[in-house]
Design a protein. Sequence first.
Length: 350
Amino acid sequence: MPVLEPADNFVGNVLEQGALDLAFAQRVVCNTCTRRLIRACYKVVHNWERFLRLPEKQDLAMTGEAPSDYVLATGDAAAERLRLLNDIFGLGTHRLLRTAGLTPGMQAAEVGCGNGLISIWIAERVGSDGSVTAVDSSSEQLQVAKRNAESAQIRNVSFHHAGAYETGLPTESFDLVFSRFLMCHLAEPARALVEMRRLLKPGGVLVCEDHDDGGIFTEPPTRAYRRLVEISEAVNRAHGLDSYIGLKLPRLIQKAGFANPEVQVDQIAVLRGPAKRFWELTLREAGAAILAARASSPDELEAIYQEMQSIAEDDSILLMLARVTQVWARKQKVSNPEIAVGEEGRQGEP
């Protein structure tokens, strides 16, 4: 293994932040200590499986294998959080899809399918005369999604390994294209929306939902959730992401070539139950990226985790978990519309 130089790589950033709290975290770490240091770092950031694969995933990101901006865990390491996410947001998504016109017999696609739970639900609704193509850039996510489909005995869903900007799927081949919490992980959401439009048949419907950090807070206010939003915004800035992409979806979808989009907002609030631990789990998964962005320290993160646990156990504290903007729009029945993708939708858009 090569010599580790903290200033030049991710492990070094974590070391310089004091994540290991070891006196021998010098400018150069000897080869014999490198693996011991890395394992200690895994424990600190609660994300050792993902960290172990980081160099591989960075290389793959350049070829479209996995999104370079994605700061959370994938595959089995993300299973608990993603199941909880679907428990929290699933009913709202189901209502949205029904409202947008999901019907039996449709050919549907989900871009950024994650663990596949929504793709499976759509497949059940379109029935044997319809089909679902579930797309994700992470092979680890697709492995979990395939297992979930097999467990549910769903036969009319297929899985496609591709990024959101270039799916490689046939043009105008779907009646409905859907994404949930995808745009918040993309540096160029406008590109993804144009690609999703390309996949739609004339008259087909785009359905897209995403959140914004402004919808996350507690009543009474708490330091943990104030810092959560500040940390999230700092990490997103470091990755070129937009913390308020949900609110911008209607305008971005119009600029992608859709006329007359419809919009509604779903604000999730909880007093008790597993949902109240969602942001703690998410923060733990993002620990490595948070330290790399110097958005917090290990000691502060541990204090936030502890405070979030206390908040979860206190049903007198109201947690506004997320504000989700839900948008749907039909592709007009015109031939070869010209779509110009500019700088709209990039981080920092006014």
